[in-house]
Design a protein around this ligand. Structure first.
Ligand SMILES: *Cc1c(COP(=O)(O)O)cnc(C)c1O
Length: 357
């Protein structure tokens, strides 16, 4: 298949950042972006790559009033062989379609998804940073764009992809983070949109994040929305606990986002011979394990950090140190293996790496 994408090149290419240590995350964008529109009659149409810039939006646009928006987050890397690659981009495409189904937005065919990403990333390949750990962050997103205030499934949708060269997540080495268990707000409930990657989930999470930050915690650990009893996940990461030698991660009950890093970590850990269990795990069980010393390791998994060790956990005014507050053995091994596959230090036997060019 070859898509008909109309390309309009910028006449004012921007200076690429020289100092990659100062990239940060999501602040700088490349010269071009991808856009297309959808309605029932025409399907996806007007596929175009245009100079990066503002989008004209009608003041009554659905997304501005009712938050009908879904997105994905992925990376393109420059690996040790000098190739530009992506990690399991087909999985992001499937998840985008699951999110679309939940919000009554149109789905994107898997071949079309891959061709859009390949075309745009290839065109912007000079923007993929060179230093190890840095990457080109890819943000595909889709939103309801009807120009009226009626509340109903949308008829007009816009899909876009923007690219942002971003710095290494662990510029100063892998430092364990401090996490606060949230007992007031909840992020999602079963039957809601927790499993969909939609903007509204983040909107609901900001207040708890702000309070946690004021107390010196970088992230919030969410509990289930019904009983506030079971562990769900952290802001933009799934979580895994090592208790008494066994690795436990919350089951995907509908309110937890099915992370691609989570899925990949489970597979790698099982390959390494660890017992990994997906089940409900209560906050009481975790706190008890933290108190009696059987909570050996605790980490988060997500595209941004890949694997992020948690050193400290707070719950109801008490703070618990995990292990000795330093990165644990399994956490380190998992980080090294997964980033090794992504950067090409370790052979990709699972066909997870997609070569762009
Ligand atoms: C994106 C996201 C994750 C991580 O998913 P990955 O596919 O591993 O990047 C976890 N939780 C939430 C809420 C997310 O939005």
């Amino acid at each position: 298949m070859s898509l008909d994408i109309k390309v309009t090149k910028t006449t004012e290419p921007r200076e690429r950042p020289q100092d990659e240590s100062k990239l940060g995350f999501g602040r700088i964008f490349t010269d071009h972006m991808f856009l297309m529109d959808h309605n029932e009659k025409e399907g996806w149409h007007n596929l175009r790559i245009v100079p990066f810039g503002y989008l004209p939006i009608h003041p009554a646009s659905t997304v501005l009033h009712y938050g009908v928006e879904i997105f994905e987050g992925m990376k393109a890397y420059r690996n040790v062989k000098g190739e530009i690659v992506m990690f399991r981009p087909d999985e992001n495409g499937k998840r985008m379609n699951n999110s679309a189904e939940r919000l009554c937005l149109p789905e994107i065919d898997s071949q079309m998804w891959m061709e859009i990403l390949d075309t745009l990333v290839k065109m912007e390949k000079d923007w993929v940073p060179y230093s190890e750990g840095s990457s080109l962050y890819i943000r595909p997103f889709e939103f309801g764009n009807d120009e009226n205030l009626g509340v109903h499934a949308v008829h007009n949708t816009t899909f876009a992809v923007i690219l942002s060269p971003s710095g290494a997540y662990y510029a100063e080495g892998i430092n364990p983070v401090k996490i606060a268990i949230e007992s007031r707000d909840v992020r999602a409930v079963r039957g809601g949109t927790g499993y969909a990657k939609c903007g509204g989930n983040y909107a609901a999470s900001l207040r708890a994040g702000k309070v946690a930050a004021e107390h010196g915690y970088t992230q919030v650990l969410w509990l289930d929305g019904v009983e506030r009893k079971y562990i769900e996940e952290v802001g933009a990461m799934n979580v895994m606990f090592k208790i008494n030698g066994e690795i436990i991660t919350p089951a995907l009950t509908g309110s937890v986002l099915p992370g691609i890093t989570r899925k990949s970590c489970i597979e790698l850990l099982r390959d390494m011979g660890y017992k990994v269990t997906e089940r409900l795990i209560s906050v009481d069980e975790v706190i008890e394990a933290a108190k009696n010393g059987t909570l050996e390791e605790f980490w988060g998994t997500g595209t941004a950090a890949v694997v992020s060790p948690v050193g400290w956990l707070s719950y109801q005014g008490e703070e618990y140190t995990i292990g000795d507050g330093r990165i644990g053995e399994v956490t380190q091994k998992l980080y090294d293996t997964l980033t090794g596959i992504q950067w090409g230090h370790i052979e990709d036997t699972k066909n997870w790496i997609h070569k762009v060019c």
